[in-house]
Write a protein that binds this ligand. Structure first.
Ligand code: ZN
Length: 755
């Protein structure tokens, strides 16, 4: 099922329009083809956010371009002498307020909108005040002036909701004229008046810094004519692709090459390492919204198949992303095309653009579009296949994305502004309503413990199974970090919040077939902490639901999971709850530990839990975080762009992870999926430490323990045993004796490749 905006006619994808529109044509177009058919009434006074409901009229491509190209004949007398375009950015002051105005009524893909940001100046300081957008203005073009007038949406309350922008028209090579902006109320009373000189033909400007790890080759440009595509041939780079969208990307600073001393050119990056490097980088900037973004070209992600990642963190949202060279390297046209798409896509997340199939999760919601011809879609998700996508893709953002990039309220776009996916209104829980008909052949189940102590990490198990035993192809990456499964949490106060992981991982689509032999895949996810902070920090009853976005476009809704968070019962629980409660600790639970000095206070509090109450059942989480982190090497990009590498600390890892394993086997610890992962990492640490007999015992223990524990789910037990035996061969060689169910080595597809 393909989802379209229900209010728009079902026209095909946006046609590329290289045409430079004049404001005269746009003014004509507004009258001829939009005023009756498509224009929506002004929604002034509704939620103060950019809104897809108001996207009509849409930018001049798609239907409009078609209409304009073939149907509209602009009368000859209305084709005046060429003039300088009116579109661009203007800035001026009135009293202690400054207005940055964006006029978008001619040029390339004009969205026929006007928007602005207001700033308050007090003494030597300037602070952001608010934004407005006029979605459906009336555009009048005479030979001497352009007048744009309409009511808009404001991020603040005002009586003067009507905006009139007047721009004198000048010859193409004359200096640009200033725009006059007048705000009026419903009775025609005049409010503020601004005179705004022209600043730039771009709507926004962002500074871009790019660093690369030694051994990677940063992408430079790709000629879109090298392979067939849906648009004209042109050479695109990060700078020119965003320039086409009206966004100026200024390359700031030098592009550093980070030496890889000691870690090897193949080094894999964990989320914790990327997070630490980004925190380090952001520390050089002010912890404020800024038009500034950092892209790191790393070698590869520890999860094979991850092409790119975008990080949010408390207070420093969407300021940085990373792309992984191993999946997009090479000089071939295919590789260069993939690299271009990945760079633009990850940076798109930093501008707060969601994936095309997740748009219904945006605030406010937009229609999901699996068939979007956009940088933000997954090529592999395209309903007619990857080849069809590339053949039709014009290398551009979609119309609604263009409106967002150019005109959305400042905090919804600027790096360091609102968290990913959130504008200003409330989350729409409707996306999680039970479908009326479900022929998807799939079932999604959520499971968790029924009770948690306040600030105890909440982990849920996800199970995706087929109800159609003839076989059903599914995404294997069902962890919420990958975006194919989305969770919603209803809080005790009745509000519903989407769970948003700290990191947005953009991975290649990996699929497998669920059938009688292999009926289900599982994942477990820590969901206690995400972009908005802690989700379960209040005592009370929580309800959880999830949606899985299937390959055929079905949206498979899970059961409703109820879980209760209770207040601490005694002083010790209260003490541990306090020590677990900070933002740093939340990030550490999400990342399974980190060396980052920016999370040092969290690490200190976890250590206090271990020192003071190491035997308490709640201490198992501190042991887990410390043990997993000790078991891995840890690299960070330092201030002076060096790679700092810490080797695994196996002795400490063995101690900590053993604590977790022992507690969990006695039923007072982590869930089964986490326990399996912990035991495997313990075996690796024991092997590195030179204790192969202990490693052997740990691996045998995996098979024995889960064989008993999961006797009612023999298929799952068998799969765990198979993977344990693979690990044994890897660590201890082919001579090692396989252990477990007699048929453990037989066939079977492993559903989880990495851990
Ligand atoms: Zn993505």
């Amino acid at each position: 099922m393909r989802c379209h905006d229900p209010l728009l006619p079902a026209f095909g994808s946006a046609a590329i329009s290289e045409k430079e529109w004049t404001v005269d044509e746009i003014a004509q177009l507004t009258v001829v083809s939009f005023s009756d058919k498509n224009a929506t009434p002004s929604t002034a006074g509704s939620a103060p956010v950019e809104s897809w409901q108001n996207l009509s009229p849409s930018p001049v491509s798609g239907e409009a371009a078609r209409v304009a190209a073939y149907d509209v004949e602009v009368p000859a007398l209305l084709t005046p002498a060429p003039k300088r375009p009116a579109s661009g950015r203007y800035r001026g002051a009135s009293g202690n307020l400054q207005l940055e105005l964006r006029v978008d009524v001619d040029g390339r893909r004009p969205t026929r909108r006007v928007s602005g940001d207001l700033f308050r100046v007090a003494g030597g300081t300037t602070s952001y005040f608010g934004s407005f957008i006029i979605h459906t203005p009336t555009i009048t073009a005479t030979p001497t002036t352009v007048i744009i007038k309409g009511s808009g949406q404001f991020s603040f309350i005002t009586l003067h909701e009507t905006v009139t922008v007047t721009i004198p028209r000048v010859a193409p090579l004359a200096p640009p004229a200033a725009a006059q902006v007048i705000f009026t109320d419903n009775a025609g009373g005049t409010g503020a008046v601004y005179t705004c000189p022209f600043v730039s033909p771009f709507f926004r400007t962002v500074q871009y810094e790019q660093d690369s790890v030694q051994g990677t080759a940063p992408f430079i440009s790709y000629n879109t004519g090298q392979l067939s595509s849906g648009g004209p041939a042109r050479v695109l780079s990060v700078v020119s692709a965003y320039a086409e969208a009206g966004i100026e990307v200024q390359v700031a600073g030098v592009s550093n090459i980070i030496p890889t001393d000691g870690s090897g050119p193949d080094a894999k990056w964990s989320n914790a390492e990327l997070h630490a490097s980004m925190a380090q980088q952001f520390s050089l900037w002010r912890n404020d919204p800024q038009w500034k973004v950092w892209l790191l070209i790393a070698t590869r992600h520890e999860n094979a198949g991850v092409r790119g990642i975008m990080f949010d963190q408390e207070g420093r949202q969407r300021q940085g992303c990373a792309v992984f060279h191993d999946l997009i390297q090479g000089d071939t046209a295919l590789a260069q095309r993939a690299a271009l798409r990945t760079y633009i896509h990850e940076l798109g997340h930093c501008f707060n653009l969601l994936h095309s199939w997740q748009k219904s999760l945006a605030v406010p919601p937009q229609p999901n579009k699996l068939d979007a011809l956009s940088w933000m879609n997954y090529v592999q998700n395209f309903p007619d296949g990857e080849a069809a996508y590339w053949a039709a893709f014009p290398f551009q953002f979609e119309d609604s994305e263009l409106v967002h990039l150019r005109h959305a309220f400042r905090d919804n776009v600027i790096m360091g502004g609102n968290i990913f996916g959130v504008g200003a209104a409330e989350f729409d829980a409707q996306a999680f309503a039970e479908p009326l008909v479900d022929n998807s052949g799939l079932k999604l189940e959520l499971k968790a413990r029924k009770n948690f102590v306040q600030s105890e990490p909440v982990v849920v198990e996800l199970k995706l199974s087929t109800t159609d035993l003839r076989g059903k192809r599914v995404h294997t990456r069902i962890h919420p970090n990958f975006g194919f499964v989305q969770l919603a949490i209803q809080l005790p106060n009745g509000q519903t919040a989407p769970y948003r992981p700290l990191a947005e991982q953009c991975a290649e689509t990996e699929t497998s077939v669920l059938d009688a032999e292999n009926p289900a895949i599982y994942s477990s996810a820590y969901i206690g902490y995400g972009k908005k902070g802690f989700y379960f920090d209040q005592a009370g009853l929580y309800q959880l639901r999830a949606v899985y976005y299937a390959l055929d476009g079905s949206e498979v809704i899970s059961n409703t999971l109820m879980l209760r968070v209770r207040s601490p019962l005694d002083r010790t629980e209260e003490r541990i709850a306090d020590l677990y409660a900070g933002n740093d600790q939340g990030a550490l639970f999400f990342l399974l530990g980190s060396d980052s000095e920016y999370l040092a206070s969290g690490n200190k509090d976890l250590e206090t839990v271990v020192v003071e109450h190491g035997d308490h059942p709640l201490a198992v989480y501190a042991h887990l975080v410390q043990g997993i982190n000790a078991a891995r090497q840890f690299k960070t990009v330092t201030d002076d762009k060096q790679l700092k590498l810490r080797k695994p600390q196996d002795k400490e890892a063995i101690e900590k992870l053993s604590e977790v394993v022992n507690a969990s086997k006695q039923g007072a610890g982590v869930d089964n999926i986490t326990l399996d992962m912990t035991m495997r990492r313990l075996a690796r640490a024991q092997h590195r430490y030179g204790d192969d007999s202990a490693a052997n015992a740990t691996i045998n223990d995996i098979t024995d323990f889960f064989g008993k524990q999961l006797s009612h789910r023999p298929l799952v037990a068998r799969k765990i045993a198979e993977r344990a035996n693979e690990l044994k061969t890897e660590l201890l060689g082919d001579g090692a004796v396989a252990k477990g169910p007699a048929d453990a080595k037989k066939g079977g597809r492993s559903s989880r490749k990495s851990e």
